[in-house]
Design a binder for this molecule. Sequence first.
Ligand code: PGA
Length: 244
Amino acid sequence: MRVIVCLDYNEMSMVGARFVSSQLTLKPDSVLGLATGLTPVGMYNILSDMNKKGEIDFSKVKSFNLDEYYKIAPDNEQSYHYFMEKNLFSKVNIKRENTHILDGLSENPEEECERFDKLIQEKGGIDLQILGIGRNGHIGFNEPDKELYSNTHLTPLTQSTIEANSVFFESEDEMPKSALTMGMSSILKSKRIIIMANGESKKDAVARLLSGKISTDLPASLLNIHPDVILICDKAAYSSVNNK
Ligand code: PGA
């Protein structure tokens, strides 16, 4: 794993945006794997500005999102459908028919997850996957556990994730307690992966990610077996790494 330590959130966002921009220059019809959460918002803003200035083109890009709450309607302001529309899709020239997000209202989640994995492969696989990391080391909603799922699946959320994300909902009761998420191999099949982390709250997860050990207790640690992963973090998130 290559590591880029940035001064702050802005620099991290800029570096992330440069990787996406280079990817689209090399391959305008790239398949991007997209993440939600607070981490990538700055990067999405920079990409939107670049798109407005004509420096980057999304017209041939296809995208797949990592996860979606279950059950949640796409027009719910806390859904990841809504998040993506607000933070990226409405601001760039991506074609809506080329964007793919798991259906948080699906009556048949198993079939929905299978359809999603199949579609990713039909589109040629993900060229560049963007990830955040949870305080508990989750990626997507692959939560720490004795065993992890390989494929896209429905999963209960851990208390730590419910606590971290319930701030976005009116109350913890309103927050869905399950989600549909790409699985570990769905993620690891991506050709290149960028994982971003900022702030003190991520420092333990980042230190464990770079500890040299792999464990399903820290799902992100499985990224260490992938040949092309770049961790882009700020100083605060890097502050517990031993060999700094
Ligand atoms: P965050 O979430 O970007 O809101 O910190 C990251 C994650 O939980 O994967």
